[in-house]
Design a protein around this ligand. Structure first.
Ligand SMILES: CC(C)(COP(=O)(O)OP(=O)(O)OC[C@H]1O[C@@H](n2cnc3c(N)ncnc32)[C@H](O)[C@@H]1OP(=O)(O)O)[C@@H](O)C(=O)NCCC(=O)NCCS
Length: 147
């Protein structure tokens, strides 16, 4: 079962740089406009993780998904990702993409599939993550938001 989480919009993503860099995730562009970044609390109102996406028309680029290490392994990453997918779907996005710098069994466990860059919309390939923050060897993942 997925834990119930409360999501709050993050007005100051720069404040999350510590958690993101500790998790090995890019921070350089996190505060740029146009990103949706949310912080998540559990039912005890404890801060347990963050997640976000860049809306790109019929697609979103998921990013900045990180769970506070003390809370790993309890379905929180799955719950955050499901919440982000639901929000993407509500905005009319049919596909969610994500770049990772190495194999991520986490995304595979959630039903994402590895795809080639040629299968991604131009808007995804034009993001800063695609253009520079992630190396050319980055792995690209896709999942339909409605699945
Ligand atoms: C990856 C991360 C978000 C997972 O968070 P989590 O709350 O521990 O994940 P969950 O408990 O929701 O696990 C969901 C599924 O992913 C699998 N999974 C999670 N982390 C995994 C790992 N490191 N290796 C293999 N499988 C993993 C779980 O087994 C689970 O699958 P199951 O339901 O089939 O058993 C967390 O470890 C983290 O913040 N890591 C650092 C940042 C990072 O790597 N972000 C992801 C970028 S894509």
């Amino acid at each position: 079962m997925m834990p119930r989480l409360d999501a709050t919009a993050v007005d100051d993503p720069a404040g999350l740089v510590g958690l993101l860099s500790a998790a090995g995730l890019p921070t350089e562009d996190v505060a740029e406009p146009g990103r949706v970044i949310l912080r998540y609390a559990n039912e005890g109102r404890e801060f347990v993780g963050i997640g976000g996406f860049e809306p790109l028309g019929s697609a979103v680029l998921l990013r900045s998904i990180a769970v506070v290490p003390d809370h790993w392994g309890h379905g929180i990453g799955r719950s955050i990702t499901a919440d982000l997918m639901g929000r993407a779907r509500q905005r009319g996005a049919t596909d969610a993409f994500a770049f990772t710098t190495r194999e991520r069994p986490f995304l595979a466990a959630l039903g994402f599939q590895r795809v080639e860059r040629t299968e991604a919309p131009a808007a995804v390939l034009a993001t800063r993550q695609a253009m520079g923050l992630c190396s050319a060897s980055a792995v690209l993942w896709r999942k339909e938001t409605g699945r």
